[in-house]
Write a protein that binds this ligand. Sequence first.
Ligand SMILES: Nc1ncnc2c1ncn2[C@@H]1O[C@H](COP(=O)(O)OP(=O)(O)O)[C@@H](O)[C@H]1O
Ligand SMILES: [Mg+2]
Length: 233
Amino acid sequence: MYLEVKGLKKKYGNSSNTVQVLKGIELSVQKGQMCVIQGTSGSGKSTLLNCIGGLETIDEGSVKVSGKEIFGLSPSALSDYRRDNLGFIFQFYNLVPNLTVRENIKVCEYLTSSPLDIDELIKTLGLTEHQNKFPSQLSGGQQQRCAIARALIKNPKLLLCDEPTGALDSATSRDILILLEEINAKYGTTMLIVTHNNSIKDMVHKVVFVKDGLVVKQYENKTRVPAAELEDL
Ligand SMILES: Nc1ncnc2c1ncn2[C@@H]1O[C@H](COP(=O)(O)OP(=O)(O)O)[C@@H](O)[C@H]1O
Ligand SMILES: [Mg+2]
């Protein structure tokens, strides 16, 4: 199993005012799988993704990525873990505003000794003619494609996506999902896609439903619907 989460607990707050957000999450994802984590707003999806991604500390339990335990790592070991394994995509892109598209991607090229070919990646993402523009000169979909290129340039083993289509219209969402599908097929990237949309789950290998900080259901799709054919995006 590539990703294995067991008994994961996480609370926020102090002794007088605590919110137990994750109450003992159990989930597993195989190498090369695309996995949707679906749940309503406030169910703990982002917190879960951030714990797996080493952006939040874990209170109790175990998160193993490729056999390596994340729980209890020091901040610098967590930083190494993120650099060596992960790519992140967020709902609101988080691009550096005063860098061009190409420069935003370039910044992350230096994080690895074996990056993907930047020109090929820019082409794959349909950004060739936009590569010298600044984020403010791009549409939302183009900005998200830039954010995806930035996450992918170091060819991460695990791509963590938090509501990647949350700010996009239906047609643009579809383009982004088709792209993620192509990247999964081309590079075998394992992906966790957090969403509250009810359609995206049909295109992935594995589906995990989160409710009130617990996994209430998980299953593997026997047949997948290509992103191009998804309804109600
Ligand atoms: N940094 C934080 N401090 C306090 N409470 C938080 C923090 N982050 C999230 N929460 C709370 O944890 C719960 C789950 O949040 P979140 O993981 O963002 O859910 P989702 O992504 O499913 O909408 C919510 O009640 C939210 O208010
Ligand atoms: Mg969230």
